[in-house]
Design a protein around this ligand. Structure first.
Ligand SMILES: Cc1cc2nc3c(=O)[nH]c(=O)nc-3n(C[C@H](O)[C@H](O)[C@H](O)COP(=O)(O)OP(=O)(O)OC[C@H]3O[C@@H](n4cnc5c(N)ncnc54)[C@H](O)[C@@H]3O)c2cc1C
Length: 397
């Protein structure tokens, strides 16, 4: 987006990219439909950025969700608002959008230097790259926008290697942490082997006063998926501080505990307890197994619970989380270049003329289109700052 804004103003732009092609993470985001932004009202939207909101507010106001939608449409990819308020391109993928975008940038003269890994600055302040065949390349630029991403899914390109280069230049970088990530728990061998990869659908997860409805996926070592990601920031902080956190899983969020208990008082006849729970509680096999798993952890068995206790358990199955899934598997990255290190145009205070944008800055947000929205908006803001500086009109750095 920075290249778009800069080249639209006639600047000569080169995009240096360490991978053999650009936009690999954008293409991966497209596998889930490419949730570009969200349709909710602006205050609610901005609240998703938590502590970073005051620093992102102006950039998002200048390049709001409507601008993201217009930009996509301008590239031949009209958007729609889904039932959850999330905004997607009608094509539900990133490849046509990226293709049209790159074609537009090339038409404007933007150059792409692929297989160039930025490694920092040389002794006289030039940008240093490790180019193809490990050739050392140095580049002088009038302005630089760093948009090096986070460190999740490193095989797509962003591997957090900027941290060393920036810290070496005295720029404070908050430790990179998983955001929108899964968590680790100790499933029994039976549960893991039978239910790994199974989704717990239409559930509500609660943790520390916050709750999220949606889906969670059982992994070999824990839980991941939309509802888990929505609560992942407070859970991550609790697991990091205390070594564990207990998540409550409501397997029947649309049914009150007493209504559920009334159903469970019905005679079970010759049915096994699991079959009875599946039928009377309308629970999936993985949900019933999770109930067994939770009682196993307490040394009890499900069969000894009264209908009231069973209903209470179904409404809040405790799952003890003992670790955060690795950053490499997270959807996004928290931490990054401290927002105190950049001015209102996202220019590094210690490196006048160098701007930073996107996920490499220290902010985080849940899934829902907030990630791409802030990346695009900060990219645009950094580019506007660079243009002002190039025109000699910038605020004093
Ligand atoms: C599976 C998945 C699904 C997602 N789905 C969505 C979604 O639907 N909606 C949403 O809002 N967000 C989604 N995200 C998050 C979103 O894709 C990212 O937040 C966004 O792409 C970050 O943009 P960025 O430009 O800051 O970084 P990136 O997209 O990571 O781009 C940074 C680029 O810099 C390059 N680079 C890194 N270091 C160097 C270096 N030293 N030298 C040269 N080049 C370098 C990388 O190769 C990369 O191409 C998803 C993420 C994942 C992993």
């Amino acid at each position: 987006m920075a290249a778009e804004i800069l080249s639209a103003d006639g600047a000569a732009v080169t995009v240096y990219e360490r991978m053999p092609s650009v936009g690999r993470k954008l293409l991966m985001a497209g596998r889930g439909g490419l949730n570009l932004t969200h349709g909710e009202d602006v205050d609610r939207f901005l609240s998703r950025y938590g502590a970073a909101e005051p620093r992102l507010r102006d950039a998002i106001a200048a390049f709001p969700p409507e601008a993201v939608r217009a930009w996509s449409e301008g590239l031949g990819q009209p958007t729609f608002v889904g039932s959850s308020g999330r905004v997607f391109p009608v094509a539900m993928k990133a490849s046509p959008l990226l293709r049209a975008w790159l074609a537009r940038l090339r038409e404007r003269g933007v150059r792409f230097a692929l297989r160039h890994r930025w490694t920092g600055w040389d002794g006289v302040g030039r940008l240093s790259f490790c180019g193809p065949d490990a050739v050392h390349v140095v580049v002088e630029s009038d302005a630089t926008v760093l948009a090096l991403g986070g460190a999740s899914w490193p095989r797509l390109g962003s591997d957090g290697s900027f941290v060393a280069a920036l810290e070496g230049a005295g720029v404070a970088v908050a430790p990179l942490k998983p955001a929108n990530s899964g968590f680790l728990t100790s499933w029994s061998d039976h549960f893991r082997s039978r239910f790994e990869g199974e989704p717990l659908k239409r559930i509500r997860l609660s943790f520390g006063g916050a709750s999220a409805r949606g889906e969670a996926l059982v992994t070999a070592s824990g839980l991941e998926g939309g509802a888990v990601y929505a609560l992942s920031a407070p859970i991550r902080d609790a697991v990091t501080a205390k070594g564990e956190a207990t998540l409550a899983v409501d397997l029947r969020p649309d049914l009150a505990a007493d209504a559920l208990a009334a159903r469970l008082r019905a005679r079970r006849g010759k049915q096994s307890l699991s079959s009875f729970l599946r039928a009377a509680g309308r629970l999936s096999p993985v949900a019933v197994a999770l109930l067994h798993e939770a009682t196993l952890a307490t040394g009890a068995t499900l069969g000894t619970l009264s209908p009231n206790d069973l209903a209470r358990l179904i409404k809040a199955v405790p799952v003890r989380l003992t670790g955060v899934a690795p950053l490499a598997r997270a959807i996004s990255t928290a931490g990054g270049v401290s927002l105190d290190e950049v001015d209102q145009d996202f220019m590094l205070r210690r490196r006048p003329g160098v701007f930073a944008a996107g996920e490499m800055l220290d902010w985080e947000a849940p899934t829902g289109g907030y990630l791409l929205q802030a990346c695009l908006a900060t990219g645009a803001a950094a580019a506007r700052g660079a243009l002002m500086r190039l025109a000699g009109r910038g605020a004093a750095a």
